[in-house]
Design a binder for this molecule. Structure first.
Ligand SMILES: NC(=O)c1ccc[n+]([C@@H]2O[C@H](COP(=O)([O-])OP(=O)(O)OC[C@H]3O[C@@H](n4cnc5c(N)ncnc54)[C@H](OP(=O)(O)O)[C@@H]3O)[C@@H](O)[C@H]2O)c1
Length: 385
């Protein structure tokens, strides 16, 4: 096993190899010609080029966090042997034997390390089981007085979980409380102070919260050209669909990590996140943003006991589209499928019908692939210890 005293020493050694390669007459500026190299160096050069890390004619690495971030990341996958690099405040093993070698890491500096996303919940193409016991779970479902939220609440209660649901209408909450034996809180998530009040309530009344389902939603069915509503009304849609889950997660994640139990955050997006709907353009835009945010939340929580899932309903027969709307898949069938997937714990995205079909699956797989290749570019702080 090769050992380097510092990242700089490792960089110099790599540059030396690249320089030798350079002097063999290959033009680093043209990626196609790299194929004449041995496979490892060719791959190094191609990935560096993709990440805009330059390689000078003398083989020196230019730009991109001292040139080292992308190099570490790809070495994890491509180095033919392992090596240890000391000197970042921790020691890092890169290369194929990574798992077999003990690594010391200073947690305070861990966010400095370039991170390669391994899609949490999926390893080697297979999903990892979720160890949450539903029968002892503490569940918060926003917007649980109607539709999908209520359907999921009923299933969690039947499985033995303790469930808190929220909504704006006291009347609807009272109905669901008496029919399902859930706890309720009147709460308007479109307003920041109420989100803070909800977080306070959870900290006091349900400190063991370990399943958070960001489900509450409204949908304004009005095209861009026809939308003359006062801004407050339009802002409320954005706040309910986007500000609410972002803010609530921010408020509740620390508590969910502090108690140490396995936990789960499920953000409810929509097929409209992937295919913008002209009849609900702001709704679609918010759901697309929530999908993007969910990928980053999953990244931020990788390496913790909190898993992040995206639930992607297609059209479901609820009151979301307004009174009298009867289109969409049956609510019970959808909730049965989502609850089964959540209980099984092996899903990262949960689709149904059209949103579980090959077209969307391909799109989601591409999203993951692109995210994986770009997410390590600028090291960021995460929730991981
Ligand atoms: N149904 C579909 O076709 C479909 C498709 C894709 C995605 N989705 C998503 O699935 C989620 C649930 O929708 P659904 O179809 O079940 O709708 P729904 O039947 O209309 O239920 C929405 C729930 O959200 C609550 N809610 C709305 N605004 C709120 C606010 N500001 N604060 C707190 N609670 C609020 C409602 O209660 P109050 O009115 O009393 O506040 C209700 O409990 C939404 O995020 C929606 O975008 C639905």
């Amino acid at each position: 096993m090769q050992t380097y005293a510092s990242p700089q020493a490792f960089k110099q050694a790599l540059e030396q190899r690249l320089k030798t390669a350079s002097s063999s007459g290959v033009d680093f500026g043209r990626r196609r010609q790299l194929l004449v190299f041995d496979r490892f160096l060719a791959r190094v050069m191609a990935v560096l080029a993709e990440r805009h890390v330059g390689v000078g004619r003398e083989g020196q690495l230019l730009g991109g966090q001292d040139g080292l971030g992308p190099v570490f990341e790809l070495l994890t996958r491509w180095l033919p042997h392992s090596c240890v690099i000391h000197g970042f405040g921790y020691s890092e093993v890169v290369g194929p034997q990574k798992a077999a070698v003990p690594v010391t890491m200073n947690p305070d500096r861990s966010h400095m390390m370039p991170r390669k996303i391994r899609n949490p919940g999926v390893r080697d193409g297979k999903s990892m089981p979720n160890p949450i016991s539903i029968n002892s779970a503490n569940v918060l479902i926003t917007g649980g007085s109607e539709g999908i939220g209520r359907g999921l609440a009923a299933r969690f209660v039947a499985a033995g979980a303790r469930v808190l649901v929220t909504g704006r209408s006291g009347e609807r909450l009272e109905r669901v409380r008496s029919e399902l034996k859930v706890e309720t809180l009147i709460n308007d998530l479109s307003r920041a102070p109420e989100r803070e009040a909800l977080a306070c309530h959870v900290r006091e009344a349900m400190p063991g919260l370990n399943i958070l389902i960001n489900n509450a939603g409204i949908q304004r069915r009005v095209s861009l050209a026809a939308d003359t509503a006062p801004w407050d009304e339009r802002q409320a849609e954005i706040d309910t669909l986007l500000s609410a889950p972002v803010h609530l997660n921010h408020l509740l994640v620390p508590g969910m990590l502090a108690h140490g139990r396995s936990s789960l955050i499920a953000n409810v997006t929509s097929g409209g996140a992937y295919v913008p709907q002209p009849f609900a353009p702001i709704y679609s835009a918010c759901k697309a943003a929530l999908h993007s945010y969910t990928m980053n939340l999953r990244f931020a929580l990788a390496g913790t006991a909190c898993k992040v899932v995206e639930i992607i309903p297609p059209a479901i027969r609820t009151t979301l589209a307004g009174p009298g709307a009867t289109h969409g898949a049956p609510l019970d069938e959808f909730c049965d499928a989502v609850f089964a997937a959540l209980s099984q714990g092996d899903a990262v995205e949960i689709g149904f019908g059209a949103t579980a079909g090959p077209a969307l699956q391909e799109r989601i797989a591409l999203d993951h692939k692109l995210f994986e290749s770009f997410s390590g570019r600028f090291p960021v702080k995460t929730y991981a210890p």
